[in-house]
Design a protein. Structure first.
Length: 110
């Protein structure tokens, strides 16, 4: 995957997360600045997603840890580099932890 394709995939994924939050009605504030998506919660905690161009990865930082995701061209989505868990699954776990209630965003192939 070249740099342009990587950036497009990250941008599409961050947008998909924003749209999924809007559709879910979850009480999560978000701000996307220069490829860094910050998700804010009532307790002032945050989940942060950002691109790491040198590694061609999408990174997620949350209370439960920092996670790195690679693009799986065959599977059509981001998977955690350690165990191939989907971004959707790991993100929903982090959001639920921060929100104190179950959050289930549907990201599709992002």
């Amino acid at each position: 995957m070249n740099e342009s394709e990587f950036n497009r995939r990250v941008d599409d994924t961050l947008l998909a997360i924003e749209e999924a939050i809007d559709e879910s009605g979850a009480d999560i504030d978000y701000e996307n600045i220069a490829g860094i998506l910050t998700l804010g919660f009532d307790d002032d905690s945050q989940v942060i997603l950002n691109r790491q161009g040198a590694a061609s990865q999408l990174w997620l930082a949350a209370k439960n840890g920092g996670f790195h995701f690679d693009w799986d061209g065959e599977g059509g989505g981001w998977v955690r580099d350690t165990d191939r868990a989907s971004l959707e699954r790991v993100l929903n776990e982090a959001l639920s932890l921060h929100a104190g209630e179950a959050i289930e965003l549907a990201l599709g192939g992002s």
